[in-house]
Design a protein around this ligand. Structure first.
Ligand code: SAM
Length: 195
């Protein structure tokens, strides 16, 4: 079964925050679920949330294999979703994604925020986990090396600037609620839809 070591390390620190942030939520969409380790773990810790894992077609087989064997009952069967798709499943009162915005192209990041804007309920939450760059703050050496590695592999990818993604969120009526500093120089950004 497909397995991600970083996912195994970061799943509990992320869940510790989601338990607080998503305590009022009942339906969450996960974009770019990958191996499904997050979906299984988060749904286990958030039994009141119907968790909808998704990913692009290439990842769907591996994702479905884990969901079918390990997922608790509040995980829905995985759906195929590329952020550039015109139609997304929904509505949801939360959208979660981890380690995706630095993998996809900037154009896809724009599509991601537009898609979130279409499916997120009033007062819904958007939670995005991963590394980010901040204006005027020098990137730590590990993130610098990771960014160079990403761009060497695919020039369209790379660690995103917080101010740029925050501007895309604002276009969708999302206001930053909290920026959680996470282990290994990652962030868990939480936006909330303003009425
Ligand atoms: C580094 S993996 C992260 C997987 C998982 N979220 C995790 O944290 O372990 C990046 C994920 O983003 C997904 N992804 C990349 N481009 C995408 C797109 N355009 N639409 C949806 N998912 C995308 C990939 O298929 C992959 O599952």
């Amino acid at each position: 079964m497909a397995f991600s070591e970083p996912c195994e390390r970061n799943k509990q620190p992320i869940l510790d925050i989601l338990v607080i942030e998503l305590y009022r939520c009942s339906a969450a969409l996960e974009v770019g679920s990958g191996t499904g380790q997050h979906a299984v773990h988060f749904a286990g810790g958030l039994p009141q949330v119907k968790w909808q894992p998704t990913d692009r077609i290439d990842e769907l087989l591996a994702l479905s294999a884990r969901i079918m064997t390990e997922a608790p009952q509040n995980v829905q069967p995985p759906l195929q979703l590329d952020v550039c798709d015109k139609t997304w499943p929904g509505p949801f009162d939360a959208v979660f994604t981890a380690n995706t915005l630095h993998i996809m192209s900037w154009d896809s990041v724009r599509h991601f925020f537009r898609g979130v804007g279409r499916v997120l309920d009033g007062c819904g939450l958007l939670c995005v986990y991963g590394p980010f760059l901040y204006a005027g703050v020098e990137m730590v050496s590990s993130n610098k090396a990771f960014d160079q590695w990403l761009r060497g592999r695919d020039p369209d990818s790379g660690i995103r600037e917080f101010e740029d993604v925050n501007a895309l969120a604002a276009e969708q009526g999302l206001a930053l609620k909290v920026d959680h500093q996470m282990p290994a120089n990652n962030q868990l950004l939480v936006w909330q839809r303003e009425k």
